[in-house]
Design a protein around this ligand. Structure first.
Ligand code: AHR
Length: 509
């Protein structure tokens, strides 16, 4: 197999910013089989569950240290009225989920069920409030219901529904995609509403809330500019000076037109490269938003939150088009690996990212079989698992010297090797993706400013890049040990074509 070589220089003693664990965040919407049939099976289900929540799903997500979960949408958030989802389940009103399949939602999974899920996961809740069709009072009541400790009207209602203790809710979204499904607003109109709604998202007791304004579509920096203008001068402490502490952005990897996005599994080499070029565009978009934010907030006090990202393919044939179920191959895993390298580099501004979505929808971690109830881990899941030690680690700026690792796609240069590194608790983790479909890469990692001991490596690949995990072969794409050599301050490994690898070592001295 033809080979190329590349060199990465890592300065072990020059640490950069912290990579927030929330960059490994998740998103679960009332969409298709994400909540119902994914997380939630109900207490009477024969599938093992705790209070209706699937145990195997929880275990799998705890294993990758899921840091937060965004809920209930997405577009669904702006038509969700939280009071419909509390109290005895059999008395909860029903509604039509007009965005996703036009199905009837029975509200059996509501606030208490979501907060119980977060407790089981050990994840921080990120609630996406309704600005599009809700009211200020509704949002204000919801946070009081969730977080207030005394006998206020909402706290008393919560207690009457069986939960005496308030919960902690650190993240709060002010609507979703206000430029589209969240109300089709102009940026200026939304910015006013964001200020107004944010005012009434109160901090009860000691619950500190990080309010996230609904941000731009992809690289629409004018939306970000309008939001940042609301914040005024950032010379004062940001909490008192600004109505919200972060702005979001959504950016999916959609390599074709909406009506023909392409198949998750049946793709050509050309489709593959278009995908990689499109995925690289997320980094470009984030850099553009970050530059705009720098103009208003050079000290980077306001966070950028990519609260929806991932691949978006045509739905699997024979499935409900409104349910957005797609297969997940090694190609999706490589897209994830590349995204994380960009996220790590940009983590001085990017404080959170949430993959869309956790179970059974879009670029999922987990698929549950509706017939057999079996749980499958997707190739993307394994990237989250292999990368978990980047969470809350110090970013290590890495210089990559790989002149041959580049591919021209429609006139644009797409790097075919992507690398990032971090250190935490005396350990170093380096991740690398070789996107090339034919050539392996011999990577020499030149370590400066320190020494590493006990160096090991793991590999995620398969013979073909369109391989996925299914009931017949649940581990077709799964991590395996990879040979790695370490001597005289240089770590050497061969990264096969279309593969994702991680290298770990312990700092000596
Ligand atoms: O994740 C699916 C949908 O994509 C979300 O509901 C919406 O916010 C976005 O357009």
């Amino acid at each position: 197999m033809p080979n190329t070589s590349a060199r990465a220089i890592v300065n072990l003693d020059v640490t950069g910013h912290t990579i927030s664990r929330h960059i490994y965040g998740h998103f679960a919407e009332h969409l298709g089989r994400c909540i119902y049939g994914g997380f939630w099976v109900g207490e009477d289900s024969e599938i093992p569950n705790v209070g209706g929540i699937r145990t195997d799903v929880v275990d799998a997500l705890r294993a990758i240290r899921i840091p937060n979960l965004r809920w209930p949408g997405g577009c669904f958030a702006d038509e969700y009225h939280w009071r419909d989802g509390i109290g005895p389940r059999e008395q909860r009103p029903r509604m039509v989920n007009s965005h996703w399949g036009d199905v009837v939602e029975d509200n059996s999974f509501g606030t208490h069920e979501f907060m119980a899920l977060c407790e089981l996961l050990g994840a921080d809740p990120y609630i996406s409030g309704n600005v599009g069709s809700g009211t200020v009072r509704e949002m204000s009541d919801w946070i009081e219901y969730l977080t207030r400790a005394d006998d206020s009207p909402m706290a008393a209602l919560r207690a009457a529904n069986g939960r005496e203790e308030p919960w902690r809710v650190p993240f709060w979204g002010l609507g979703n995609e206000a430029w589209g499904c969240g109300g089709n607003m102009r940026a200026e109109a939304y910015a006013d509403l964001a200020r107004q709604y944010a005012t009434y998202v109160r901090e009860h007791n000691d619950n500190r809330v990080y309010r996230i304004a609904a941000g731009a579509d992809a690289d629409d920096v004018s939306w970000t500019r309008v939001l940042m203008e609301q914040l005024g001068s950032m010379t004062e402490p940001v909490r008192s000076a600004s109505p919200f502490q972060a702005v979001s952005v959504h950016r999916y990897t959609v390599p074709g037109p909406w009506e023909n996005k392409g198949s998750a599994t049946g793709f050509s080499e050309e489709d593959y490269w278009t995908t990689m070029a499109t995925a690289k565009g997320t980094e470009t978009a984030l850099r553009k938003h970050a530059r705009v934010m720098d103009c208003y907030d050079p000290d980077k006090k306001v966070g950028l939150v990519l609260d929806e990202w991932g691949t978006w393919w045509d739905v699997e044939p024979g499935t409900n088009p409104g349910f957005l179920f797609q297969q997940n191959t090694l190609r999706d895993a490589l897209v994830a690996g590349m995204h994380f390298d960009a996220f790590h580099a940009l983590a001085d501004r990017l404080v959170m990212a949430n993959i869309a979505q956790t179970v059974n929808v879009l670029q999922a971690m987990i698929h549950t079989d509706p017939d057999t109830n079996a749980l499958l881990l997707t190739p993307t899941y394994h990237v989250f698992a292999m990368n978990a030690d980047h969470q809350d680690a110090q970013y290590l700026p890495t210089h990559l010297d790989a002149p041959a690792a580049v591919r021209s796609v429609d006139g644009a240069e797409v790097p075919t090797l992507s690398v990032s590194a971090s250190r935490k608790d005396g350990k170093v983790l380096l991740s690398a993706s070789n996107l090339d479909l034919e050539h392996s890469v011999t990577l020499s990692v030149d370590l400066r400013g320190g020494r590493l001991d006990s160096v090991t490596a793991q590999l995620l690949t398969a013979e073909k890049v369109d391989t996925w995990n299914d009931a017949g072969n649940p581990h077709a794409v799964a991590p395996a040990d990879l040979e790695v050599a370490s001597a005289d301050g240089v770590v050497r490994l061969e990264i096969p074509p279309h593969s994702f690898v991680t290298v770990r070592g312990t700092l000596v001295g």
